[in-house]
Design a protein around this ligand. Structure first.
Ligand code: ATP
Ligand code: MG
Length: 423
């Protein structure tokens, strides 16, 4: 029988890698707590129509990337390709939105049928925050500040650039799209197939084409900023001045449009040069029309989502995961003799009780002590303990694995008391 394999583009995260994930998750959880955001959890599977109505029928995600199927009842369902739609659906369904302010965060797997490559997978993971009921731009600045705080705490801030743009209201974009399509039609022979297709279906998406020839043509194209209404412009100017006051550096990118239809006014993206082609680690913006579009009352909203895999890749390649976060244990109790099992486990319990932050393994299964020490070393243990058989009162010897200082023999109770000296 053929060996079982994971689905292409869907990764297992193994011991040795999961520590980096936990480090990142720990810092994210601490930042959202410090900013007063509350967690929301919602299913990975939703009615396909939720994503069609929110992300947009003519986006890459809905056109080509969703995992959609009929379940046994014939309901058309999709694995979530992103979090905002499900978050809005859940918050609206449970009455969290009308006339209220909410600061929410989520994390979890997302699914897109893309071509797998470094930093681009079919199951990937996001952290996201969504803030509802605030007209901004103060909340836009807060959300961006939260992301910047995360980069600071991860020591990645110097490797990331904040790009922002004002994409105006839906009606601003409608007038602009018409002008852009008109312009692109005149140059259609110089465009690639993708741009020619999008020129009619979703012309704004032509703006972030990766084709240099298309980009050259866009140099002379009508500029979205000239179609943006005065209120949107005012909002955007205020946001820029808030960001400056908060010492958050940014660059304006007039071609930044984002791949989802629901955004309006200011959108942003954090990008890096560390990851090659997959340089976007976090994207977001305002989406004031989405709640109403999904059947709720008009609700101000903004948020972002960041890709966990890409951040972990950055942390690994820049060696930003602290040594301590990579250790899985601190103390390993060696056990030569099955008769010592109870005593060894009791000692492990006593240490765990007194030092709740330490990881302690009591060796199981016997075997050579050399092999046990190697295992202790590979798990990152700082100290090993050897129980001394037949001693009365019960004693054990302890030593650091890095060879600084020899072994010391201590009565078990005082060993537990003095453990700190060896760590
Ligand atoms: P890209 O331009 O790289 O396709 P995107 O604009 O489609 O990104 P968003 O929908 O804004 O991405 O999602 C937010 C973040 O999620 C991205 O900045 C990225 O870090 C991450 N992300 C998106 N798609 C993938 C994927 N297929 N694999 C891994 N991470 C992803
Ligand atoms: Mg994409």
């Amino acid at each position: 029988m053929a060996k079982l394999q994971a689905i292409r583009g869907m990764n297992d995260i193994l011991p040795g890698q999961s520590q980096g994930w936990q480090f990142l998750e720990g810092i994210f959880h601490s930042v959202v707590r410090r900013f007063g955001y509350q967690e929301i959890r919602f299913p990975v599977l939703e009615q396909s129509s939720l994503f069609q109505r929110s992300i947009g029928e003519l986006t890459d995600i809905v056109e080509k990337e969703m995992y959609t199927f009929e379940d046994r009842n014939g309901d058309k369902l999709s694995l979530r390709p992103e979090g905002t739609a499900g978050c809005v659906r859940a918050a609206e369904q449970h009455g969290l939105l009308y006339n209220q302010q909410q600061r929410l965060w989520y994390q979890g797997p997302m699914f897109r049928h893309e071509r797998p490559q470094k930093g681009r997978y079919r199951q990937f993971h996001q952290f996201g925050v969504e803030a509802f009921g605030m007209a901004g731009p103060d909340i836009d600045a807060e959300v961006i500040k939260l992301s910047a705080q995360l980069w600071r705490d991860l020591d990645l801030i110097h490797h990331l650039t904040l790009e922002i743009n004002n994409i105006g209201t839906a009606s601003d974009r409608k007038s602009y799209s018409a002008a852009l399509t008109g312009y692109l039609k005149q140059h259609s022979r110089a465009l690639d197939d993708d741009a020619r297709h999008r020129m009619y279906s979703n012309p704004l998406r032509v703006l972030d084409s990766k084709n240099a020839q298309v980009q050259a043509i866009l140099q002379e194209a009508p500029v979205l900023a000239n179609f943006v209404s005065p209120q949107s412009r005012e909002h955007y100017e205020q946001l820029k001045s808030l960001l400056a006051d908060l010492d958050i550096a940014f660059v304006e990118n007039r071609h930044l449009v984002r791949g989802l239809d629901y955004y309006n006014n200011c959108v942003f993206e954090w990008t890096t040069l560390e990851l090659g082609a997959q340089g976007a680690v976090c994207g977001g913006g305002r989406y004031d029309g989405l709640v109403e579009q999904l059947g709720g009352k008009a609700t101000f909203a903004c948020g972002f989502a960041m890709g966990i895999e890409r951040l972990v890749l950055m942390l690994e390649s820049l060696e930003k995961i602290p040594h301590d976060a990579l250790k899985s244990i601190d103390v390993y109790i060696l056990g030569a003799d099955p008769d010592d099992a109870a005593q060894s486990q009791k000692l492990a319990s006593a240490i765990r009780q007194q030092y709740p932050r330490l990881g302690v393994i009591s060796h199981c299964g016997g075997g050579k002590s050399k092999a046990q020490i190697k295992r202790a070393y590979n798990l990152g243990a700082t100290a090993v303990i050897t129980l001394l058989a037949d001693s009365d009162p019960a004693c054990a010897s302890i030593r650091r694995l890095d060879q600084s200082g020899g072994a010391e023999t201590l009565e078990i109770n005082s060993l537990v008391e003095q453990l700190g000296r060896f760590l």
